[in-house]
Every structure is written in C-alpha cells, then in structure tokens.
Write a protein that binds this ligand. Structure first.
Ligand SMILES: *Cc1c(COP(=O)(O)O)cnc(C)c1O
Length: 400
C-alpha cells in the first residue's frame, strides 16, 4: 500500500470512533503558528490545540527538551523519584500560591484529583458528610463521570446517567445564588476564573473575591480550574492573578507541557496534606518526558518579557477584533482577556469557521455562536493582522 495514495480521512471513518465533529483536513507539520495539511495547504493556527500549544509548533527549546529527555529516560514509575517532575513542581509552586503539586495526564483527571482532595480534606477531619461540590452553570470540567457531573451543561451528560452524586450548579457570576446553594455538606466551590468552553465568559468585577471571602467564612475550599486559563494565556502565569484572588486548589493541563499530555493539581500544604501515601496515584503522571516538556514550557513563559509580550499581543488582538466587529452587524460582542479572546455572533459560528479555514486561518467555535481565538502565546502582530484581514472578509460573507 503506497502511503501517498492512502486516504487517511476515509480510514478515520472506518477505524476510529466517531466521537468528534472533525474538520475535513489533516494537519501534518507546523512551525510557530504556521501549519500545513496533507495536501500541502498552509494555515495560520489561531486555536493552538485549544490552548494546548502556548509555544506554537516545533518550538526549538521544547523540541530540544523532549528529544534530550527521550534519549535519557522516557518513563519510570512514580515508585522512584523523578528529577524533571521535582523541577516542574518547584517551578509551579515557586510561581503560584501553591506549596505542592501532583501530576496526572489531562484536565479531567486533574479535576477528579481536585474533587477527591476536597473530599479527603474533610474526611480526614472526620467530616465525612461534607463531600458536595458546587460548580457553575455553563462550566466545563471534563468528560469522566465525576467531571461530567461537575460540568454545568446537561448536553454532555445525556445518555450517561445515573449522574455521579455530590454536585450542584449555580449561575456563573451570581453571588447570591452561590451563597444560597451552600449547605452543611458543601466541601468546595469549583470555578473556571474565565469560562472557556462555556463561551469565554469573564465574571463580574469583585465576584471571585467575594467567593473567596464566602469560602473563608464558611470553611469551604475554593478550587480554580485553570486547565484553559493557566500557563500565561491571560497575560499572567495564572488567571487568578488578574483578579487578586488565590484558590486553595488549582488544576492545570492543556498548555502545561506544550502539547505533551499532562495534568496537574496544585494546592497549599494545609490542603495537600490530606493526601497520604496511597491516597491517589497515576502511572504516567509527571513522568520524565512530560515533566521535561513542562519545565521547558515554564522556563520559556517565565523568561524575561514573555508575559509582557502576551499582554501586549492580547491587547492588540482585542483592539483589532473590535475594529472588525463594528463593521459587521452579525457580531454581538468581543470579549476575553490576554490571548483568550472571542467574538460572540448573532448566528451559529460553524460557517465562519469553515470559510476562514478555506482562506487559511484555523479558529474554533464553542457554545454554538462563540468564535474562540486561542493562538499560541508567541503570536506576532503581523500574524494577527494577517488573520484579521481574512476575518473581516469572512464576516462579510455571513449574514444575520
Ligand atoms: C479542556 C478543559 C478540561 C478538560 O481537559 P481534558 O484534558 O480534555 O480532560 C477541563 N477544564 C477546563 C476548563 C478545560 O478547558
């Protein structure tokens, strides 16, 4: 079978579970924001693996770190000490509110760990009835059974009943509703500081600080799901820094190792101590390869001027999106923070995604009408300009 003539896209339908509404192209290589498909057509990648590629594609420092580590040691069990994992934990904790880190393989798994940690925190005190977690409507926390129950969108849960008990949802941004939802059983409140999948929604000013105070007053743990907002996405290393509010537990994944699968759970000592030897584990979590990738990504993001550039480029992307938005009545709103930006349309966004892809720009639509921009954090002003020209022309083809 000559591989050149092999039709991978038909083979996908034949051999792979049909769980994704996939775009009709197959990307085969990339450099920075530029990616190429199997027909040799080039695109500018403004979705970056849905925030999983902060350094873009084939970043030299990341490639070098992965190759070097692969040549030394790809994997050993967590029954041994792992040098890159310790290094990554040190970097994460020295640059956040947290004291300790635990590593796993994905965002859902990190959130599972956070939920388990919150339950264990109270059961260690003999408060075994306190296991309930309040999350937000429209949130997204993952696809495992517990994180589906945590996710405040019923569509993802349909057909997977019975629902895992121990969760309730309140409207994001509604402080009074949250206060009313608290009971003797509430162990934790879990929030994305900015909702990602739910449509790039920023909470009202003061909301998160009021939630923090509520948690302190009631002895409830605050969990921030920064799987999407973390790792420099909003112009700060972690989104909570923008709001001046620190959680007790934070989860990370997507951008953490620049596209190599990883997840992390970080917490203060006070909370992390609830996990004892044997409490929680993962075969691959924090293995040498993914941790070495994570160290390379963090060193890059923490390097001089990197986050300043993210803030500058975030501001530039925002202002250019606003320039375009005023010209097209189909755009309802532009919103976001840093390099997590969106345009909310009056109509479904699928057509715009297709038109833009044909014109060489990769973007994504979430919540049906929200066009999401999550470019690699290394995006340049020229690349933003190139995307904006095509966005402008593409919006002209969409009518409301
Ligand atoms: C993507 C995402 C998840 C799930 O991460 P997976 O790695 O797909 O399990 C959880 N929370 C948020 C906020 C996310 O954006």
């Amino acid at each position: 079978m000559a591989m050149q003539s092999f039709d991978f896209i038909s083979a996908n339908q034949e051999y792979v579970f049909n769980t994704y509404g996939r775009s009709p192209i197959m990307l085969v290589e990339g450099n920075g924001l530029r990616v190429k498909d199997s027909d040799g057509k080039e695109y500018l990648d403004f979705i970056g693996g849905i925030a999983a590629c902060p350094l873009g594609h084939a970043h030299p420092a990341l490639v070098e770190a992965i190759c070097k580590q692969a040549g030394k040691l790809i994997h050993v069990s967590n029954i041994f000490h792992i040098e890159p994992q310790i290094e990554l934990a040190k970097l994460l904790t020295e640059n956040s509110f947290a004291d300790k880190a635990f590593f796993c393989n994905s965002g859902a798994e990190a959130n599972e760990g956070a939920i388990k940690l919150a339950r264990k925190f109270f059961s260690e005190k003999g408060d075994t009835d306190r296991y309930h977690v309040i999350t937000m409507e429209n949130s997204f926390h993952g696809r495992t059974l517990a994180t589906l129950a945590a996710t405040g969108q019923t569509k993802y849960r349909l057909g997977f009943e019975p629902e895992t008990p121990g969760f309730s949802h309140v409207q994001f941004g509604d402080y009074q509703a949250l206060e009313r939802a608290i009971t003797q059983k509430t162990a934790a409140i879990m929030i994305e500081p900015i909702q990602g999948e739910g449509g790039v929604r920023i909470p009202p000013a003061d909301y998160l600080s009021k939630v923090r105070k509520l948690c302190d007053d009631k002895g409830i743990l605050l969990i921030f799901d920064e799987v999407q907002t973390g790792m420099g996405r909003t112009g700060k290393l972690f989104a909570y820094e923008n709001f001046g509010v620190e959680p007790d537990i934070m989860t990370l994944a997507k951008g953490l190792a620049g596209g190599v699968p990883i997840g992390a759970l970080v917490a203060t000592n006070h909370v992390a101590e609830a996990f004892k030897p044997g409490s929680h584990a993962s075969t691959f979590g924090g293995n040498p390869l993914s941790s070495a990738a994570g160290v390379a990504v963090l060193n890059e993001i923490l390097s001089n001027g990197f986050l300043d550039r993210v803030r500058i480029m975030g501001g530039y992307l925002r202002s250019r999106l606003e320039d375009v938005a005023v010209k097209h009545s189909v755009v309802k709103e532009v919103r976001g923070l840093g390099l997590m930006q969106a345009i909310d349309l009056k109509v479904a966004g699928a057509d715009l995604v297709n038109i833009m892809r044909d014109a060489g720009i990769l973007i994504n639509c979430t919540s049906e009408k929200v066009i999401r921009f999550l470019p690699p954090l290394i995006v340049t002003g020229a690349e933003i300009d190139e995307m904006i020209i095509i966005l402008d022309a593409s919006l002209a083809k969409i009518t409301d």
